[in-house]
Every structure is written in C-alpha cells, then in structure tokens.
Ligand binder design. Structure first.
Ligand SMILES: *Cc1c(COP(=O)(O)O)cnc(C)c1O
Length: 462
C-alpha cells in the first residue's frame, strides 16, 4: 500500500513513512492511494477482535511489518482491555444499540488506537535503535490514552498539549498524575485548536522536527483512522443482522476521525446505509451538511469537551474524495479556508456527501435531559458525548432503522456533568479517582509555540 498527501506535495510513501511524519510537509493529510476491498462474508466467520483487526489492518501496512509480527503486536495491545470482551453492547430500545468503546485502560475509544500505535512505533524504533519524541494536542481523551500507552515505552517521550480549563478534572488527572521521565504534560492557555496549531507548526517545520526526532499522534495521523475501522466491522459481525436491514452508525464527532474511519469501512465493503454526524454546539460539520459551506466560527465551551473544536481536521480527507481526489482543488479549498475562514462546495458535491452522511446538532440542555431520561428509563448511565450520539440517532431515525451509537467514553470521565443530570453521585467515583491520586505535575504556558519548543529541546532524546 502506498500513501500520498491530499495536497499533492508527496506521494509513493510507505506506511512507516506516514506513521512517523503524521502531517505532510505541504500541510496536507496522508491517505492511501486505494481502498483495499474486504470480503465481508468471509470476515463474518472471525469472532476474535484481534484476528479481525489483523485482517483489516494488514492490507494498509503491507510488507512493512510481517503479518505474524503484526499479529503479536495486536494481540498484546488488546490484551490490556479490562473486560473479557473488548467491546460491549448495550441495547436500549429494540433497534438502538450503544457500542461501548470505553473498556480500554483510559476509558475512551482513543485507547483502541493508542494501545496499538505506540507498540508499532516501538517495533520500528527497536529495529533502528532510535528514540522518538511524540507530540500530541488533545481535547482530553487522546492525551490520556497516549500517556498511558507511552508510559511503558523505553523508546518514546511524549509532549502532550491540553487546553487550560477546557478538559474535565478526571481527564486532567489521567494526564498529570502519571509520572515518568518520558512524560511531559503541557497546559496551554487557549483552546484545543490553539494546541493543534502549535503541533502543526512544529510538524511542518521539518528542520526542527527532524533534529528532535518528532512525530505526532493526533487524530490527523492516518494510523489512528486505520485502527478505528475495525470496530465498525466488529459491531455488525457481532450483532446478528439480517441482510435486509438498514443500518446506520451515529458517531459523536469532533475532529471527524472516528466517523471518517466508518467512511473508509464503507469504501472497503462495510454494509452501512448512513453515518450520522452527531455534534454539540461546535457544529461546523452540521452547518456544512445543511448549507454546503464549511466555515470556521469560535469555539463554544460545552459539557462534551472532547468535541469542543472549531475545525474538524480529518474532514480534509473526505473533501479530497469529494473533489475526485484532485490535490490541486483540495489545496485551493484549504487555502480559501485559511484566507477567508470558509469555502463552499457545489450543490452536486453537497448531495454526494449527503448520500453517506447525515448530521444533527444536540445542545447541552438536550444532553442533560438525555442522560437523565436514559438513566430513569433504562437504569443506564451515559457520558455526554455518547448522549449526543443517541440524541442525533433518535431525531434522524423516524423509519426505525437499526442504529448503532458509538459510546465514546465512560461516564466517569465526565462525572460532574453526569452526576448533575442523574441527581446523585455515581457509585464507583471514588474507586476510579483513587487510580489517579498522585500529585499533579505539568507545565503551564501561554498560547505560544516557543515555550513548547523549548521544553522539547530541553528534554528530547535521540
Ligand atoms: C475524541 C472524542 C470524540 C470525537 O472524536 P473525533 O474522532 O475527534 O471526531 C468524541 N467523544 C469522545 C469521548 C472523544 O474522546
């Protein structure tokens, strides 16, 4: 499998190349040059998560890692998930299923990718006897998942940027109480997008990133998308679905990474009708679906902070397909976005998007009510992001399709919001917080790349 940049500046790259550089030097995102085709009926016979992951991921990696070696990396990664099942399902109404993706060590779906990517990095680093300095911008969950995974690595340092006052207390503790010589949490006085911009500015500075052996594991890293394709297949395979049923996935969406993995799944042969973009008040994607205009507005702080972003970075990958994989046109649109803070697509292009995607915005009051009512009716406690997925699914499902809602985080991660909604403390709160009782240690900076660069310079290893 070969990879190229959506903006045309790079092509014919291997999986290893793009794993390490994350963002193309022209500012574009890496995409595979073709979609591997999967025989869905053959996959149906596989019941182990790891085996399924191997079949889906291997075509994207190709000769870069031997299949037997990839198998052991995958087996080890998913052995760290707590329940006997890596994914659990909770059926609320008859055709309404929550796909619980929070059984990993840091209780959000980000563990699926992080627990595997870090060992893949280690695998390459060991071969070359090199070290790596990972940099990541997080709206809360990616950072905790990455720190947990890197903590056990002797080859990797992590510099993790999170927005001040815009993540939950539990998320912050997950990042700042895990002490290690290789762990550097950095609070930035800004939004997630500011953190992301600092990371991007460091990555496109090839001199700096090469000198200090820097790579990124943001949701713009292709390998994360690739790994997240697996659970869409796993969900359908493990839910006895008859062939005539119409299936949709509702996906709480921020950076468009998770839902884009579903889109790639469809390209590979996943039998899904629609992907529902479920957003909070930060609704750039919902506005795009409704108007054909992609336009940046300020960030609103909500009770679903992992989705408080102004720009959905991975959207560029969909745009690239929408523009018939023209890197010239993609670059034009992205330049327009940079200069005018918006661009539009034609009516035909907009209709094409709507063939696969629908969207719905769910506001904070609705989230509160959804958590409260779901608890009353089903005795089930949901986190605010998952609630947005459920809300969007319900509004759009008048026909009674079979809808799967991605449960993106465990409610404990957002206990303040959840406890307010259900009206009393969650049972296991203390037990969970007990895991992160160490003193909090982190850097705290203004919104500027300079101080971040300095921390990297002072602490990197080669
Ligand atoms: C990261 C995250 C999301 C958004 O996922 P994207 O891939 O950025 O669209 C939704 N919910 C939770 C809990 C998250 O951590």
């Amino acid at each position: 499998m070969k990879y190229l940049s959506t903006r045309g500046g790079e092509k014919d790259l291997t999986f290893k190349d793009i794993l390490f550089s994350g963002l193309a030097s022209d500012g574009g995102l890496y995409v595979p040059d073709e979609w591997p085709q999967i025989d869905y009926n053959a996959l149906k016979k596989i019941d182990s998560y790891s085996e399924l992951a191997l079949e889906i991921i291997y075509p994207f990696i190709g000769e870069d890692i031997k299949k037997s070696e990839l198998k052991s990396l995958i087996d080890n990664a998913y052995a760290k998930f707590s329940k006997s099942k890596i994914i659990t399902f909770k059926n609320l109404k008859q055709r309404e299923h929550i796909v619980e993706l929070f059984n990993g060590p840091t209780l959000a779906f980000k563990d699926f990718a992080m627990q595997l990517i870090v060992p893949i990095f280690d695998y390459y680093l060991l071969q070359e006897n090199k070290k790596l300095n990972l940099i990541v911008a997080t709206s809360g969950d990616t950072g905790s998942a990455a720190i947990n995974a890197v903590h056990q690595s002797s080859k990797i340092n992590i510099f993790c940027l999170f927005p001040k006052g815009r993540i939950s207390d539990f998320q912050k503790k997950q990042m700042t109480t895990v002490h290690g010589d290789n762990i550097f949490p950095i609070e930035v006085d800004g939004t997630f997008d500011d953190c992301q911009n600092i990371v991007k500015s460091i990555l496109v500075d090839r001199d700096f990133s090469e000198e200090f052996s820097i790579a990124a594991v943001n949701s713009i890293n292709w390998s994360r998308v690739m790994i997240q394709i697996v659970y869409y297949f796993y969900t359908l395979i493990n839910n006895n679905i008859s062939e005539d049923e119409i299936i949709n996935f509702s996906v709480p969406t921020g950076n468009f990474g998770d839902i884009y993995a579903g889109y790639v799944g469809i390209k590979m042969g996943l039998p899904v009708n629609k992907l529902i973009i479920a957003t909070n008040e930060n609704d750039i994607l919902d506005r795009f679906i409704n108007s054909g205009s992609y336009s940046i507005e300020g960030v609103t702080k909500t009770t679903s902070p992992s989705m408080d972003i102004a720009i959905a970075s991975n959207f560029e990958r969909l745009l690239f397909d929408l523009l018939q994989r023209s890197s010239v046109m993609t670059s034009e649109k992205m330049n327009e976005l940079k200069n005018n803070r918006s661009f539009s697509v034609t009516k035909e292009q907009s209709n094409l998007v709507k063939k696969t995607f629908s969207s719905r915005k769910i506001n904070q009051n609705e989230v509160n009510d959804l958590i409260k009512e779901t608890y009353k009716e089903f005795n089930y406690i949901m986190d605010p992001h998952t609630a947005i997925g459920l809300g969007a699914s319900r509004v759009l499902n008048e026909r009674g399709d079979n809808n799967f809602i991605l449960g993106t985080a465990h409610p404990i991660k957002f206990s303040d919001t959840v406890e307010k909604a259900i009206g009393h403390p969650m049972q296991s709160t203390n037990e969970f917080f007990e895991m992160y009782k160490n003193e909090e240690k982190f850097y705290s900076f203004m919104n500027s790349a300079e101080e971040v660069r300095k921390v990297i310079k002072d602490n990197y290893s080669k």
